[in-house]
Design a protein. Structure first.
Length: 204
């Protein structure tokens, strides 16, 4: 099997990306495709993980999808960098906790390449900065193939998170690369850093 592949999907409806992940899980299990990272962003949507409660959604006008990943409510909007790693954990010791920590470390390294200092927080999955939470992570595993993934706030407006209690927290905890670095066309540059670090972390 060759090394990991990266597919850039651009702006894609959430349900289309969800269906593509399901198809890739089976292809990855059969060996038809290598580990694959899907990169995209979505029109406005709220996803509810297994620990979510409907009361976490504060705006009835935003579409809501209940999904299989862990975690609570997450908000997606254009300007985020959303990544779905379809990775066979049979080949990584079937260690889900380790995989989550690797995803955090990969995003932190990619942000460092871009000049943004980020870090994990004890007891909380995701990526943080001194200015607030920059990235959310929530995955699911089917037959030891991962799906769902991460959402990194690049140049989306963090005020959009006011439609939910993000991961059970107040929306004011969220920030973005643009809020830290200032306005700019950051998404392509951040995506390039994430792609490079994904190949480094998951290419062996």
């Amino acid at each position: 099997m060759s090394g990991p592949e990266i597919r850039e999907l651009g702006l894609i409806p959430y349900l289309e990306a969800w269906q593509l992940q399901k198809e890739l899980i089976e292809q990855r299990r059969s060996g038809a495709v290598p580990d694959t990272l899907l990169l995209c962003h979505h029109p406005r949507v709220v996803t509810l993980g297994r620990r979510s409660k409907p009361s976490a959604v504060l705006d009835s006008e935003v579409p809501v999808v209940e999904i299989e990943r862990g975690g609570e409510a997450t908000y997606h909007a254009p300007g985020q960098l959303v990544g779905y790693p379809i990775v066979h954990l049979d080949e990584r010791g079937r260690d889900l906790r380790r995989f989550l920590r690797e995803l955090e470390a990969m995003l932190i390294a990619a942000l460092a390449d871009f000049g943004v200092e980020a870090f994990p927080r004890e007891g909380l999955t995701g990526v943080w900065t001194d200015a607030g939470k920059l990235g959310s992570i929530g995955i699911a595993v089917r037959r030891w193939v991962s799906w769902h993934g991460f959402a990194l706030n690049v140049d989306n407006d963090p005020a959009g998170f006011r439609c939910i209690n993000p991961c059970g927290m107040d929306a004011s905890v969220m920030t973005s690369v643009a809020a830290i670095r200032g306005p700019g066309p950051w998404r392509a540059a951040v995506s390039g850093c994430v792609q490079g670090r994904f190949l480094e972390f998951f290419g062996g």
